[in-house]
Write a protein that binds this ligand. Structure first.
Ligand SMILES: NC(=O)c1ccc[n+]([C@@H]2O[C@H](COP(=O)([O-])OP(=O)(O)OC[C@H]3O[C@@H](n4cnc5c(N)ncnc54)[C@H](OP(=O)(O)O)[C@@H]3O)[C@@H](O)[C@H]2O)c1
Length: 269
């Protein structure tokens, strides 16, 4: 049976680890050709080999590129167009991270770096992919936000602002590009990515509590939970869905668990 993305070309940014890798795996198993990037050449080559083994009819291509540099992220899109002739799906997954600091001492450069490696990265890739998507009669864009865009934890204001800007960009693009059959959505993930593993190793109790307070009691799997959500949004069946923010956190971002006495009652059932 042909895969759900057979014959389609997808670009996934930041796909050498974590949710990007999970998404790329999910896509290649469904027959897509996947062009992806990361900043490190050696990890890129290893990932390329891994994805080729999983591929079900499509091709796989790594481009070494930092999404925070306009020419480099544009080159990823250009490679997909040059080698494979189309871009059906664009997943703007990569996000440059900067050190945590309170607003009072956080320099402008931190905000600029975060915006360049998230908001502008997504905008640059979308602008580059738009003409080919319009010409070929449609396409899908999936961006990545975070529950932190709404929860705004202390000392991460650059990240929260960047993710909030990505959500607004998503809705604007959905409005502007719907007439070209291009749908644009955004996912707020919570997953056991490479970053999560580092966080868990440094803060085991916080990571345990974070999962315990999640309705599904766990962080998501990068491939089977988050990759599947992205897959669902780029298939033809999702072509009437646009401008939406999807909770990819097992309900954790929308369903707040606030009252311990009610929880204790539920646990007795
Ligand atoms: N995991 C979560 O629970 C969670 C929660 C909220 C939001 N998110 C969002 O989900 C997305 C993926 O997060 P993740 O946790 O899966 O990350 P991750 O495990 O740290 O993986 C990041 C991937 O992106 C690449 N990357 C990082 N910076 C890059 C840059 N400037 N240019 C190109 N590639 C870059 C990395 O490769 P190189 O290092 O080789 O470049 C790697 O392949 C991000 O947008 C993040 O903000 C994740």
């Amino acid at each position: 049976m042909a895969g759900r993305l057979a014959g389609k070309v997808a670009v996934v940014t930041g796909a050498t680890a974590g949710i990007g890798l999970g998404t790329a795996k999910r896509f290649v198993k469904e027959g897509a050709t996947v062009v992806f990037n990361g900043r490190r050449a050696n990890t890129g080559a290893e990932t390329e080999a891994l994805l080729r083994e999983l591929a079900a009819g499509g091709e796989v291509c790594f481009v070494q590129a930092d999404v925070g540099v306009k020419e480099q992220v544009e080159a990823v899109i250009d490679r997909a167009i040059k080698d494979f002739g189309r871009v059906d799906a664009l997943v703007n997954n990569a996000q440059r991270l900067v050190t945590v600091k309170p607003i009072m001492v956080k320099p402008d450069e931190d905000y600029q770096r975060s915006l360049d490696g998230g908001f502008f990265a997504s905008k640059w890739a979308m602008q580059r992919a738009f003409p080919i998507m319009r010409e070929q009669g449609g396409g899908s864009v999936v961006n990545m936000t975070s529950g932190w865009a709404w929860q705004a934890p202390v000392n991460t204001s650059d990240y929260a602002a960047t993710k909030a800007a990505i959500e607004a960009l998503t809705r604007s693009a959905a409005n502007e590009w719907g007439r070209y059959n291009i749908n644009v959505n955004v996912i707020a993930p919570y997953a056991k990515s490479k970053s999560w593993e580092k966080y868990e190793a440094a803060n085991p109790e916080a990571a345990r509590l974070s999962q315990a307070s999640n309705p599904l009691k766990r962080a998501g799997d990068p491939e089977f939970d988050l990759g599947s959500l992205a897959l669902g949004l780029v298939t033809d069946e999702a072509r009437f869905i646009t401008g939406q923010t999807f909770d990819g956190s097992g309900g954790g971002f929308y369903l707040r668990r606030t009252h311990s006495s009610t929880e204790a009652w539920t646990d007795k059932l």
